[in-house]
Design a protein around this ligand. Structure first.
Ligand code: PLP
Length: 366
């Protein structure tokens, strides 16, 4: 196949070409069944096999412990902002660390269902988010049913490179992590996590699938008002098939999991992520033209927002990028500038092509 452009979208984002080719080859007839995956009953043996394999592969990739359920749900990260408090808060206290747009949204939504309070925030006087608050300063309430944080802020490009150990901070609350935009790019320390959720459309596969990994003891405490299809206990008891799951998205996610295993798993993805991020941040920092304002210790390996000295340069930059096969580099509307999302499916060559275009653009306009 001819070389595809490099797609830097924050989500829905690029998928490995191998996965798309396999899906195309299997579109009309999956494994001699005479059916495409979209046309199969979710209760048939073919789809059940696809879903079981996907779950087993994800468990292996992230070393998800046996006392955690893996749930395939719908509604995306934003629905989880409601589903988590409906299941875990008991309508009582829950603490939030706000480090950017996504955790801010989670905090706001949770207030509908429980006594949500801010444990810490990184919002600067000008409204920007460029640091992470030191866990030692977090205000953790003894009565909190959980503490929520977003481990990679997709819009602001801020990543927790280590999850806090709440026990060492004197809290027994389980940690809830929105890892939508860096899932499978690094290992998860399950000894520090009670629940992790992720929309699939950033670093896994198509939109429509939401993955929830939740410790067994946290399941079964939903508020009576919680919709049955969003009650983790109901979903777990039905093997994620209480209602019709997003079957095609699960299938594509499963192909991505197998691709990840062939590449060398999460350790290899992390090695590549470090390499790609170092190349891009290195080029930005050395340029004296491009800038990224996030403190180095918490810069995201997945989402790299960056800026130029003059607003008028963005339109020609983006136009020239498309002409070179570098797509979807426009920054999020709330922060402006540019953003390169360099998820697992982005090869090193894509980042190299971006950096050489940036150098060339600077030479002409700097
Ligand atoms: C994209 C994103 C979401 C929202 O996902 P939806 O599927 O649009 O609801 C939530 N959290 C993070 C960190 C994200 O990157």
């Amino acid at each position: 196949m001819k070389q595809r452009p490099y797609n830097f979208s924050a989500g829905p984002a690029a998928l490995p070409a191998e996965v798309l080719e396999q899906a195309a080859a299997e579109m009309l007839d999956w494994h001699g069944s005479g059916m495409g995956v979209m046309e199969m009953s979710h209760r048939g043996k073919e789809f059940i096999a696809i879903a079981h394999q996907a779950e087993a592969d994800l468990r292996r990739l992230l070393a998800v412990p046996p006392n955690f359920h893996i749930l395939f749900m719908q509604g995306g990260g934003l629905a989880e902002n409601a589903i988590v408090p409906l299941n875990l808060s008991g309508g009582a206290a829950a603490d939030f660390v706000v480090t950017g747009s996504w955790s801010q949204k989670s905090f706001k939504e949770a207030k509908k269902y429980c006594d949500a309070q801010l444990a810490a925030a990184n919002t600067a006087a000008d409204g920007s988010h460029t640091t992470l608050p030191d866990p030692a300063t977090w205000r953790l309430r003894r009565e909190a049913r959980y503490l929520h944080l977003c481990s990679n802020e997709t819009i602001h490009g801020i990543e927790f490179h280590e999850l806090p150990d709440l026990k060492s901070l004197g809290s027994d609350a389980p940690l809830v992590v929105d890892c939508s935009s860096h899932i499978l790019s690094r290992a998860i320390d399950w000894s520090r996590v009670g629940l992790a959720f992720a929309g699939a459309q950033k670093n896994i596969g198509p939109a429509g699938l939401t993955i929830v990994m939740v410790r067994e003891d946290l399941v079964g405490h939903a508020l009576p008002v919680c919709p049955s299809a969003f009650d983790y206990k109901t979903v777990a008891e039905h093997g994620s098939m209480f209602n019709t799951p997003p079957t095609y998205a699960i299938y594509i996610a499963g192909l991505v999991f197998q691709w990840l295993l062939r590449q060398g798993g999460v350790a290899e993805m992390e090695r590549r992520a470090v390499q790609k991020a170092e190349l891009l941040y290195g080029a930005i920092d050395a340029s004296g033209f491009y800038s990224n304002k996030v403190e180095r210790s918490c810069r995201s390996r997945m989402n790299v927002p960056f800026f130029m000295p003059d607003e008028r340069l963005y339109a020609p930059f983006l136009e020239g990028a498309v002409a070179r096969g570098l797509l979807q580099l426009k920054g999020h509307k709330s922060v402006g500038g540019l953003r390169a999302s360099i998820y697992n499916a982005m090869p090193l060559e894509g980042v190299q092509a971006l950096v050489s275009y940036m150098t060339e653009f600077q030479a002409r306009h700097g």
